[in-house]
Design a binder for this molecule. Structure first.
Ligand SMILES: Cc1ncc(COP(=O)(O)O)c(C=O)c1O
Length: 374
């Protein structure tokens, strides 16, 4: 049996006609950049995320970058984030000349620990902490109340990296992206809501930020050809927006199927007698399982064994940010963020996509049992 990590063809086959129809609509209209299709998606995603505004952008990475730009983050500024994330989170900070300051994760959720944020904030020169970027890793929200409290104390902005978490909710039922000053989504094809290429969105409930983000997205131009600020080309395409609007209608069902798959794994692994930890879910939170990530003894050997048996897995992420070569100038060393380092050595994402059947999940768990029985 072959069980890929993700099967986008299975999703496409189920909604083929609608996707093709949406693309044809844009071809007929010949309006490719921003325009009515993007405006429609912005409204839909904002509503879905309980925010007032959506600003469609070119990627999740650019959603983070433009949010930081909106807060004028630059040289001499500091931004606290997690070392255990995709590169884009810390990369956006460094690209603007600001200093990323890392705070270690809670080893249960893999999300940034508010206690560690508070400790890191104390060491930053007064008045220079400009923003905090919590990442809702794998599709589970961070402890946003605690993070908002710290941010308020320092007058810092909160930019939620919700790239993996569209539709996730915290214990108070608040959608990912709706609590901070801005929320950043990625529509990279492997996300729960994936485009036909790159795409992203910033959501916010601030009228002022909405204006500023809209201007920054188009080279800082307002009115056209007059530039009071420097922005960039961070626009979303109409084809991506039209297809995403089609897919958004299915998103809740797809995320529910991911949750069912996760529950089945949890149950089977609990009875399998293997040295594997299943994901920890905060009480009352809605995890949308962009990734189903276990913690496993002999992780690399398990990964190799599963590959041989036709099961696709991935490590998110093998090297924490503080140990990346490009951040050597920050002066970190092995041992600085032990929880992130341990997670990087032990975590493994298993296939969890919505179309995965229970037969495939049983197959994966049986192979895990086989590995540890040997
Ligand atoms: C946590 C996180 N942040 C940011 C990004 C960047 O998004 P994109 O690939 O759309 O630029 C991603 C996804 O790749 C991500 O997983």
């Amino acid at each position: 049996m072959k069980v890929p990590l993700l099967d986008l063809k299975a999703q496409y086959d189920a909604i083929r006609e609608d996707v093709i129809g949406a693309v044809i609509d844009v071809l007929e209209a010949q309006h490719f950049i921003l325009g009515p299709k993007v405006a429609e998606l912005e409204e839909q995603v904002a509503r879905y995320s309980a925010a007032k505004w959506g600003i469609g952008v070119s990627s999740g990475s650019d959603a983070l970058l433009i949010s930081l730009m909106a807060f004028k983050v630059g040289h001499g500024d500091y931004v606290i984030t997690t070392p255990y994330t995709f590169f884009a989170t810390a990369g956006a900070v460094a690209r603007l000349g600001a200093t990323p300051v890392f705070a270690d994760i809670d080893p249960r959720t893999y999300n940034i620990s508010p206690d560690k944020i508070a400790r890191a904030a104390k060491k930053i020169p007064e008045g220079r902490l400009k923003a905090i970027i919590p990442v809702h890793l794998y599709g589970q929200c961070c402890d946003m109340d605690a993070i908002m409290n710290i941010a308020r104390e320092y007058g810092a902005a909160v930019i939620e990296d919700a790239a993996q978490a569209i539709g996730a909710r915290d214990g108070k039922g608040r959608p990912a992206g709706s609590v901070g000053d801005t929320g950043c989504f990625s529509f990279f094809p492997s996300k729960n809501l994936g485009a036909l290429g790159d795409g992203g969105m910033v959501v916010t409930s601030s009228d002022g930020l909405k204006e500023r983000l809209g201007v920054l997205r188009a080279h800082g131009s307002s009115p056209k050809y007059y530039h009071k600020i420097i922005g960039g080309n961070f626009r979303l395409d109409a084809i991506q927006a039209a297809v995403l609007s089609v897919k958004l209608k299915h998103l809740d069902l797809w995320s529910e199927k991911r949750r069912e798959n996760a529950n089945l794994y949890n149950m089977l692994l609990a009875h399998a007698g293997v040295p594997v930890k299943t994901p920890y879910i905060e009480k009352g939170f809605r995890h949308i399982f962009n990734q189903y990530v276990i913690r496993a003894k002999d992780r690399d050997a398990l990964m190799g064994f599963l590959r041989e048996k036709g099961v696709g897995t991935e490590i998110y992420y093998p090297l924490p940010m503080h140990l990346q070569e490009c951040f050597a100038y920050l002066g970190h060393k092995q041992g600085d963020f032990p929880e992130s380092e341990n997670a990087a050595a032990e975590t493994l994402a298993l296939p969890v996509y919505p179309e995965l059947g229970s037969e495939a999940i049983n197959y994966v768990v049986e192979r895990i049992k086989e590995f540890y029985a040997a």
